[in-house]
Design a protein around this ligand. Structure first.
Ligand code: NAI
Ligand code: MG
Length: 365
């Protein structure tokens, strides 16, 4: 059977950018013989409108079976006042939790044509290609005890940073596996100077590294890591870090590369019976209600998320390279959606024109 992809377009610009990705998926079927069984379902506000909850049980079951899930974005003003238990975000959180997607991959890659767009100097970011691996299912966002408690005559807010050895180990393995396919360097970031979980993190990562003698491991305190990311980001290949530090460091790295409309992500879990990891691919951006329905959204983040699926779920690294090169070519040719425009008076293209430009570049590849 063909590998399966479950598409969950979601809300706002999610369906708009996903339309372009569907064109790209068809192109790989028609022109490269990569056939996928593609099905589509609802998530977020769109699912709430139909089922009264942001992810139906049948959809959850389909996601568990799929070789890869591709998600657009969820949320929007129409759902802001809903009860927390049925908010659109909860659909996404349920997917991540029940699929146990513990390893979040956030590339920060700077396309030459957009280097002027970075918040940093061009020579600091030109050619940048790093990957942040963030542990996604544990740490301080989940640790118990948590809550706001009475203590004496005032209240105290408590969260607990908690990591087991096995949680650290599986995140570390995914970083080392990734480094083997890239520049063979892992920099692990924690705060072992002030945190017990950081001490254990460093110890376990060092132990796992013995299984990957080709990979060069270094350790860095996360606060210094933030500084180094902005000072000299090209020193890194793979950065491995926990849930909280990863949240912050990946947003910081994102700004090295320019627009939110360019950033893909992957969240991976344990291997399934067929050897493929449980996997969810999605752009980093949200549903962008301010531009939804206007054909202005940049589809590249979602297209590059599909490139990650080709690479990490379907073992099609050279086809992923082909797709990324097509995006690079389109940008080098000066094709720009509105979010990528400077002051040079270039006319922006629409979402579908950008998708078509990528298809044309694929045809020429
Ligand atoms: P956002 O990412 O949706 O938008 C932030 C800004 O970036 C907006 O000005 C938007 O127009 C622009 N932008 C985002 N993606 C773009 C693209 N592909 N092309 C061009 N411009 C783009 O974040 P915001 O405004 O904080 O949240 C809007 C809604 O999205 C909220 O309901 C929020 O909860 C939800 N959200 C969903 C996420 C997800 O589905 N993973 C992630 C972040 C927010
Ligand atoms: Mg964040």
């Amino acid at each position: 059977p063909n590998p399966s992809i479950l598409i969950l377009p979601g809300d706002g610009i999610g369906p708009e950018v996903m339309t372009e990705v569907r064109k790209i998926i068809s192109w790989f079927g028609d022109k490269r013989g990569l056939q996928f069984d593609v099905s589509e379902d609802l998530v977020g506000g769109a699912a709430y409108d139909k089922h009264g909850k942001p992810l139906a049980d049948e959809t959850m079951a389909k996601a568990q079976e799929a070789d890869a899930v591709l998600l657009g974005a969820v949320g929007g003003p129409a759902y802001d006042d809903l009860d927390f238990s049925v908010k659109p975000e909860r659909g996404l959180l349920r997917l991540r939790k029940e699929m146990d997607l513990y390893s979040n991959l956030r590339p920060a890659q700077c396309f030459d044509a957009l280097a002027d767009f970075s918040s940093l100097k061009k020579d600091i970011v030109a050619g940048l290609d790093i990957m942040i691996v963030r542990e996604l299912t544990s740490g301080v966002y989940f640790g118990e005890p948590r809550g706001i408690f009475e203590e004496g005559n005032e209240r105290v807010g408590i969260n607990t940073q908690r990591y087991t050895e096995s949680e650290i180990e599986r995140a570390a393995r995914s970083a080392f596996e990734l480094a083997m396919r890239r520049g063979k360097k892992v920099c692990s970031m924690e705060k072992a100077n002030v945190m017990e979980s950081g001490i254990l993190w460093r110890e376990v990562v060092t132990r796992v590294s013995a299984d990957y003698p080709e990979v060069e491991l270094s350790h860095m305190y996360a606060d210094n890591g933030a500084m180094q990311l902005v000072r000299a980001p090209k020193q890194f290949d793979v950065i491995l870090t926990d849930n909280l530090f990863g949240d912050i460091l990946s947003d910081c790295a994102a700004m090295l590369t320019g627009s939110l409309g360019m950033l893909p992500s992957a969240s991976l879990g344990a291997p399934m019976e067929n050897g493929r990891p449980k996997a969810l691919y999605e752009p980093v951006h949200g549903s962008a209600p301010d531009i939804a329905g206007q054909g202005k959204a940049n589809p590249i983040a979602c297209i590059l998320s599909f490139a990650m699926a080709l690479r990490y779920s379907f073992d099609q690294g050279s086809e992923a390279d082909r797709l990324e090169a097509a995006v690079e070519k389109v940008l080098a040719d000066g094709v720009r959606t509105a979010d990528l425009l400077g002051e040079d008076g270039v006319e922006p293209v629409s979402t579908s024109q950008m998708g078509d430009a990528v298809l044309a570049a694929l045809d020429a590849s």
